[in-house]
Design a protein around this ligand. Structure first.
Ligand code: NDP
Length: 325
């Protein structure tokens, strides 16, 4: 008895993806991923399933695959869902880009989740790294071929890309035997990704938008410039639709055919964030929000910018590598 019925999007391999995913990245702390205390995340995911969430986004590097998997298994055991009712997205980390390493990483992911398969396995970055985080020149096409093997072996139903630029997506499309079904990138009012979204749409690739709230929320404990929750464009739309500014922004993503990945560990905001399927923005309203665009990225790992497959624009003063300090 789900509270909210989430629509699904058809992927180019014929499978379906629920139109919103719960983010499960809890942040980094002194070089390591933060894990939750006392199974907080597991409980949040179980609560999310009760509310109607059917799609969860994790990654090997987040250190949350175990808790997400446990929540899914417990809800299956409770009879609330069947395995095929939930969609689990996870990601291959950069230190496992070599052909034989992909299989190892995939097995580890399946062990951690306790599931027989995942629904979507993404290459987290086009960037291959060695174990000590020095740069590896492993081509992402080699990695992609290994990910195709994972589909053939039944370990994942679908495969896709994350943080690839347009040229890199095109390169994979040109060389692949199995097409990427999804591209996960940063999308919010300050980086609207018009070009990449149009390109992906033309190729039948579904775009998943990470960090959907952009400057509306504090990031890394810091306020960033850009529209806040009290921005008049957002508050006037919120008033019109009897929604919150956060819901307006999530709906803006949905109305642009982007699958938003909001992260929250609060019960109140879990419901708020999924309760966006009973209204729709019109084209003028979408355009008003598009105007916030300043191509600002919050995920900008400039410490990798000398890597041959770095996907983003270079900056004059790269930040120190948190993985190597
Ligand atoms: P989000 O835009 O989801 O912001 C999360 C923050 O917003 C948290 O501080 C959360 O706090 C707060 N929040 C959530 N809902 C609301 C609300 N309704 N009103 C006010 N505040 C709210 O950013 P993330 O960067 O966390 O990205 C989301 C997900 O995207 C990640 O968890 C991960 O799964 C994925 N991601 C993928 C990346 C990639 O490289 N592929 C990179 C970055 C993220 P609280 O929990 O207290 O509610």
């Amino acid at each position: 008895s789900a509270t909210i019925d989430v629509p699904k999007l058809k992927m180019l391999d014929g499978r379906e993806m629920p139109a919103i995913a719960l983010g499960t990245y809890l942040g980094f702390d002194k070089g390591g991923a933060v894990t939750s205390k006392d199974k907080q995340l597991r409980n949040v995911v179980m609560e999310a399933i009760d509310l109607g969430y059917r799609h969860f986004d994790t990654a090997a590097i987040y250190n949350t695959e175990e808790e997400v998997g446990e929540a899914i298994r417990m809800k299956i055991e409770e009879g609330v869902i069947k395995r095929e009712d939930v969609f689990l997205t996870t990601k291959l980390w950069n230190t496992h880009h070599k052909r034989e390493q992909v299989a190892v990483a995939m097995k580890e992911t399946l062990n951690k989740t306790g599931l027989d398969y995942v629904d979507l396995f993404l290459m987290h970055w086009p960037i291959g790294l060695n174990e000590d985080y020095s740069h590896s020149d492993t081509d992402y096409l080699e990695t992609w071929r290994a990910m195709e093997d994972m589909v053939k072996l039944g370990h994942t139903k679908s495969i896709g890309l994350s943080n690839f630029n347009k040229f890199q997506v095109a390169t994979v499309l040109q060389e692949c035997t199995i097409k990427p079904v999804a591209l996960q990138i940063e999308v919010h009012p300050q980086i609207i990704q018009e070009d990449l979204i149009t390109y992906a749409k033309d190729e039948g690739i579904i775009v998943m938008g990470y960090s959907p709230f952009g400057s509306l929320v504090k990031r890394f404990g810091m306020e960033f410039p850009g529209p806040k929750m009290d921005d008049p464009v957002l508050t006037s739309l919120a008033k019109k639709y009897e929604k919150t500014p956060a819901q307006i922004v999530l709906r803006w993503l949905v109305d642009r055919n982007v699958v938003p990945i909001p992260k929250t560990v609060s019960s109140k905001r879990l419901l708020e964030n999924i309760n966006i399927f009973d209204f729709k923005l019109n084209e003028d309203e979408i355009e008003k929000i598009n105007k916030f665009n300043s191509n600002t990225r919050y995920t900008l790992p400039s410490f990798w910018q000398k890597h041959p497959f770095y996907p983003f624009e270079m900056v004059p003063n790269p930040i120190p590598d948190p993985f190597r300090s």
